[in-house]
Design a protein around this ligand. Sequence first.
Ligand code: SF4
Ligand code: SF4
Length: 163
Amino acid sequence: MLRGVGALLKGMATTLRLFFSKPITVQYPEQRRDLPRRFRGRHRLTRHENGLERCIGCSLCAAACPADAIIVEASENDPAHPVSPGERYASRYEIDLYRCIFCGECEAACPVDAIVLTPTLVPSDYSRQSFVVNKQDLLEEVSGDPKRPLTESELARRSLSVR
Ligand code: SF4
Ligand code: SF4
């Protein structure tokens, strides 16, 4: 019995100690905690500093994806108005976030560092279709640190509105 009382007092002491300590709960989604830089969350398609898209439509990311979540279709670049520095660019790029397991294999497979996983959480939503993100959803606006979290404006134009 004494052992039981001791355990009870120990539990009460823990409760009291935590009751007066600073809460660690975050009021998500209004408040968002900074995630580690290497966290693998929402994808970003990056650009070169001159504004050209890095992706050359080679589909290596799609081939490496264990969840078969990526679709890439490539088109020839117009030499007068190239979209990317290569001969081809991705005219269609889609990721099905329902399938994605955020393993980072696509990022590792990309020969030009075009697709990266950012420290940004994947939101919830009510529509299955909104989890299929397309190239416009994924493409970075201006070249910057590719591993930074998605910016507010990048989040706003994504199909997934609820964060
Ligand atoms: S993170 Fe993994 S599962 Fe998700 S798209 Fe990339 S390779 Fe596929
Ligand atoms: S993201 Fe990289 S691996 Fe995927 S198609 Fe574009 S260049 Fe190729």
